[in-house]
Design a protein around this ligand. Structure first.
Ligand code: ASP
Length: 439
C-alpha cells in the first residue's frame, strides 16, 4: 500500500500542529509522499502565511519597505523550527526572497514561498527528500496545469525516491517563472502527485472529520459522510459545501484513486471517502443537503408555449445576450422558469426582460427575488420510494413554503427553491427527517 498525504494550513500552523502531523506520518509506513500547505491560521483572528506573503508583495511592488513584514513571516517559521528542535537555517531562503522582492517582485512567486519554506521544514523534520514543484509541475500558456508534461516528469522523478516532501500550490509557468494554482491549490498538487505516483490512496488532512451531511453553522453537530461519490460531491460543492478544491478531483478520478478526507486533530476518525462508485449503501437515504441564498426566478408565461418550436432557445438567448448563466429551468405546459443568481441578474434585469419580450413574445414575464436553493443529494434516492414525499412533508411541517422543485434526471438530487428567510429552517427540517429520526 502507498499513499500521498496532503496537510492543509491549519494542520501546519505552528510547531504543535507539526508534531501531530509528524506522528500521523510516522504511524503508517505507507505515507510516503507528503504535500504540505503553508502555515495557516493558529486561531480565528490569525493571518495565513500566504496572506502575509501577498501583503509583502503588495508593499514590494509599490517600492515600499517590506522588512517588517518579512520579519513577521520569518518569525512564523522560526517558531516551528525551534519548537521542533530542528537544526535548520532558512537564512539563504529568506535572503533570496528579499532579493527577488527587491529586484523583480511578482505575485505568484511571493504567494508560493509559504509552501516552499514549509516543504523545507517538513523535509528536515521527517528526514525525507525535498522535491521543488518548480522542477516537476508545469503550467501551460493559459495558466492551466500541463497534465501531460507534469505526469511524465513528476512520475519519473518520484520513481527515484522512496519518500519525499513536495510542497503544494505551485509549479513552473510556461515563461519559466513560478506559477501558482488558485487559492487552496495544494489540494490539486496532492491529487497530481497521487496520480503521477499511482498510489492507492490520496489522504487529504484538514481540520474537520470529512464532509458533513449538513452545514454545522446551520445544523447542530451534524453527522459525517462516510462515503461519497465524485458526482454527489460535485452537486454538494456546487451548493457551497466546500472542503476540497474543485480541480483536485480530476487527476485522481482519472486513475481511480480514492480520496480520504481526514482530521489532523482527530486522527482516529475515519473521515470521508470520496470514490468513483461504490456498492456501499449510504447510511441514510440522503448523502447530504446543502444550499445557497440569493437567487431570482424569472417566470415566463405564454399560451400554447409547449407547441412553439424554439421557444426555450429564444428565452435563453435573452440571458445569453446579457452574459448571464442560468442555474435551473423547471417548466410547465405554458410556463417556464429560469433561475439565476441575483447578484449577476440585478443590474441587467430590465434589459433581460425586454430581450425576452423582443425574442419570444411571451404573454407575461414575472420576477421573484430572494430565493434560496437547496440541493438534497444522494445516490440512495433512486432506489428508495417516497424520498420526495418525505422532503415535502418535512418542509410542510416546518411551515416552509416550497416555491420551486426541480429533480435532476440523474435522480441524484432534488433541488428545492424556498424564500431566503426559510433557508435555515428548511435545511434543519430535511436533515432532521432523514438523519435525526434514523439515529
Ligand atoms: N496556501 C495557499 C492558500 O492559502 C494554498 C493552500 O493552502 O492550498 O490558498
Amino acid at each position: 500500500m502507498r499513499k500521498v498525504v496532503k496537510f492543509g494550513g491549519s494542520s501546519l500552523a505552528d510547531s504543535h500542529q507539526f508534531r501531530k502531523v509528524g506522528d500521523i506520518i510516522r504511524a503508517d509506513e505507507s505515507r510516503i509522499y507528503v504535500v504540505p500547505s503553508a502555515p495557516g491560521k493558529r486561531s480565528a483572528g490569525d493571518v495565513k502565511v500566504t496572506d502575509m506573503l501577498l501583503d509583502l508583495y503588495a508593499a514590494a511592488s509599490q517600492g515600499d519597505d517590506f522588512e517588517a513584514l518579512l520579519t513577521a513571516i520569518r518569525a512564523r517559521y522560526e517558531e516551528i523550527v525551534t519548537g521542533l528542535s530542528l537544526d535548520l537555517s532558512l537564512e539563504d531562503e529568506f535572503n533570496e526572497i528579499r532579493r527577488v522582492m527587491k529586484e523583480e517582485p511578482y505575485e505568484d512567486y511571493a504567494a508560493s514561498r509559504g509552501e516552499y519554506l514549509n516543504g523545507k521544514v517538513m523535509a528536515a523534520y521527517l528526514g525525507y527528500e525535498f522535491i521543488d514543484p518548480y522542477e516537476v509541475i508545469f503550467f501551460n500558456e493559459e495558466g492551466a496545469l500541463n497534465t501531460y508534461k507534469t505526469e511524465k516528469v513528476l512520475s519519473a522523478r518520484l520513481k527515484q525516491t522512496e519518500r519525499a516532501v513536495i510542497p503544494g500550490f505551485y509549479g513552473q509557468g510556461k515563461d519559466g517563472r513560478v506559477r501558482t494554482f488558485s487559492r487552496g491549490g495544494s489540494d490539486v498538487t496532492g491529487s497530481v502527485v497521487a496520480s503521477a505516483a499511482k498510489v492507492d490512496i490520496y489522504e487529504n488532512w484538514t481540520d474537520v472529520s470529512g464532509f458533513l451531511v449538513a452545514d454545522p453553522h446551520i445544523v447542530y453537530n451534524p453527522v459525517a459522510i462516510h462515503t461519497i461519490t465524485y458526482r454527489e460531491l460535485r452537486e454538494l460543492s456546487y451548493m457551497g459545501a466546500a472542503v476540497l478544491h474543485e480541480d483536485a478531483i480530476f487527476p485522481v478520478r482519472s486513475k481511480g484513486i480514492p480520496i480520504n478526507i481526514r482530521n489532523t486533530n482527530r486522527p482516529l476518525d475515519e473521515g470521508t471517502w470520496i470514490v468513483e462508485s461504490t456498492a456501499k449503501k449510504p447510511a441514510y437515504t440522503i448523502t447530504g443537503v446543502a444550499g445557497k441564498k440569493g437567487f431570482c426566478a424569472v417566470l415566463i408565461t405564454k399560451a400554447m408555449m409547449n407547441s412553439e418550436i424554439g421557444f426555450g432557445r429564444k428565452v435563453l438567448q435573452a440571458f445569453e445576450e446579457n452574459d448571464i448563466s442560468f442555474e435551473h429551468m423547471p417548466s410547465g405546459i405554458d410556463t417556464m422558469t429560469v433561475v439565476v443568481h441575483e447578484s449577476e441578474f440585478m443590474d441587467k434585469e430590465q434589459r433581460v426582460v425586454s430581450a425576452i419580450h423582443r425574442l419570444s413574445q411571451p404573454d407575461s414575464v414575472e420576477i421573484e427575488s430572494d430565493l434560496a436553493l437547496i440541493a438534497v443529494v444522494g445516490r440512495g434516492m433512486r432506489s428508495t420510494r417516497g424520498t420526495a414525499g418525505r422532503v415535502f412533508s418535512a418542509l410542510a411541517h416546518a411551515r416552509v413554503n416550497v416555491r420551486m422543485i426541480d429533480q435532476g434526471s440523474s435522480e441524484l438530487n432534488i433541488i428545492i427553491g424556498v424564500a431566503n428567510d426559510d433557508f435555515e429552517t428548511a435545511i434543519r427540517a430535511i436533515y432532521s427527517i432523514f438523519v435525526e429520526t434514523q439515529l
